[in-house]
Design a protein around this ligand. Sequence first.
Ligand SMILES: [Fe+2]
Ligand SMILES: [Fe+2]
Length: 747
Amino acid sequence: MPGLNKLPPFPEDIPTHPLLVIDYQLLKEGNEDEINRLWEAATKLGFWYLKNHGADREVDEMFEMGEETMKLPLAEKMKFSQGEEGASFGYKVAGSYAVDEKGTQDTVEFINISKDDALAWPNKVHREYPSTVNSRMESTIKPFVQKAVEVNGLLIDILNDKLGLPKGTLAAKHKLLEPSGSEARCIKNPPRPGGVDDAQTALGAHTDFGSLSFLHNRLGGLQVLPPGSHSWYYVKPLPGHAVCNVGDALAVFSGGILHSNLHRIVTAPKEQAKYERWSSAFFTRPANHVELTPLTDESAMIAEAVRHSPDPNRFRTGQTSAEWFARRVKYQRIKHWTVDRRAGQPAEVQSNIHRHKPLQFDKINMGLLVALVYTALTNSSALLTCLNRLNKLPPFPEDIPTHPLLVIDYQLLKEGDEAEISRLWDAATTIGFWYLKNHGADQEVDGMFEMGEKTMSLPLDEKMKFEWGDEGGTFGYKASGSNAVDEKGTRDTVEFINISKDDALAWPNKVHRDYPSTVNARMENTIKPFVQKSVVINGLIIDILNDKLGLPKGTFAAKHKLLEHCRSDARCIKNPPRPGGIDDARTALGAHTDFGSLSFLHNRLGGLQVMPPGSQSCPFSHQPLPGHAICNIGDALSVFSGGILRSNVHRIVTAPKEQAKYDRWSTGFFTRPANYVELVALTDESPMIAEAVKNAPDPSKFRTGQTSEEWLARRVKYQRIKNRTGPESWHASKGTEHSEPDQAVSV
Ligand SMILES: [Fe+2]
Ligand SMILES: [Fe+2]
């Protein structure tokens, strides 16, 4: 693995937990002393080093395979995602698991290859893998799996005999040719540029799900919580030594005699923290159909252990190996994390239950809890009406493909947290979309929804008095059907009310235009505060991106001065229900990139879809998360940055499944540069941008020759049905996606 020699050594002066070193060759020769030492390790801490395992070459190649795979574009890796339903094979994107009960996101990427797929190659048993995996299946992965199966198999046989089980009892539960969750894995954990000062948990405290793990690390970061201790200790990586540990399945089979110990992955210690941390592993798991229950009938020792256990029921899981495994994986996933923004309490934490938790937590009735807390907090009947309406909305369905977005914590950005800033940068430069939590604008967002509802209830001819017009204006009311959603001229279905930032801040003075009475009535108490908060939030993010791009401090900010006139606006959108559900689905707002710099969007129902970069079809939905905004980069930041910041194609379609039958409301704030600002890449101000433009396939797309206002007015004008002459007017409305044929979206 390139660069290995350059890694700093594991520091000498931090507390580590010593592990027994077990010699695999001695085990193989039946050395009784060594077998007793293995037994000691497996029944006490449940962790040990294993030397002379003979898999060094295969391990090195697994690291190479992992490195090749993690270098693939995110969109390519996401084609092989594990999904949300408890499958483990395939790619796991960083941030898709919770590391604690607060729902903090993990930072590690995995690629998991099924033992069954590796052994059956080139036949497929479970799923397909990225090209980098396929090309190494025969030469790297299959040999690694075979060696690991042999190593773990011998250890399991030894433990079988020491437990007093009839010969081959545990082996029969791990038959090589029966489908199982056994898998080879490569893990990447990004460096912490700030060293351990910005330490965080990469993978939360857990016990392993299966029988036996065979793990290889180059850097520190693995920690164990020794039985009876309240402190975590690092396990020091030793070159050529695997770290092996007992998982839940062997603990259950043995009535707890074999110890499945809690462990976690944290930032590597000291200087090591600044380097990528890679691990490779093989996890032996029982065949899918095997029931996880203690083998009391087969071993007097196990029967005795269960009898003396303080809680014998904890070993009777009532689940097969496949069920146990799928449940634990599924409830680690952030998507299955339920936190209500008002109550702020986690509703369920079910993944890591073996050691300390009963088998099922009682699920809290969150709806009731939220209602009680909320009633206590406010007497506002309008807000209660709003809450009632929200509670009645059907949940986002579980079984449709969604695109995971990183969740960025605004408070951490505000505190200058380097790790969070790096995650924002990741999101802004790959998919260009992210969730933003702790933005502190919840109350203003609720007010905006109420303002929108009141406005859309006005008679149409009243609303039409404030219509945008057909000349590229964007402030005021947009009637449903006035824009095209595609080059065929299909009409959109959404109504907007857009309020200019300049008008809101100048109120009661007028800068650009007049608004309906429902807007005026809420200008001071709803719209102005919403605009002010949004400006601050987007401004901070824009400042951070400015610095990451290597631009002189305040370069972006100078293009978005608060008191200069611009097309920034606050918006509320209504999309009518589709009474026939998705059978009667259609595109509500056509595929587009956003016109301005940064969008700050709030949805109650699904319907927003994004076309991930490099993907040709199958747009993924975004799941609205309560209290989380969705933010995305628009054309202006993309142009300024020479394409480093990504303005991604998205659209609004009918909400999925049952949700389709309800009004779909969104509200948002769109930050745009001052009207006079020229949309051109800032190559003179940043070598990084200069380099990006130099290497772009079409550098001319970053010289638009238009000001911010001209760009926006053109795009809006040629979306209007009234200005439609044919497909050419649709194309005249395009933004930065225009010169990227691979981004063409057919709707
Ligand atoms: Fe683990
Ligand atoms: Fe948009």
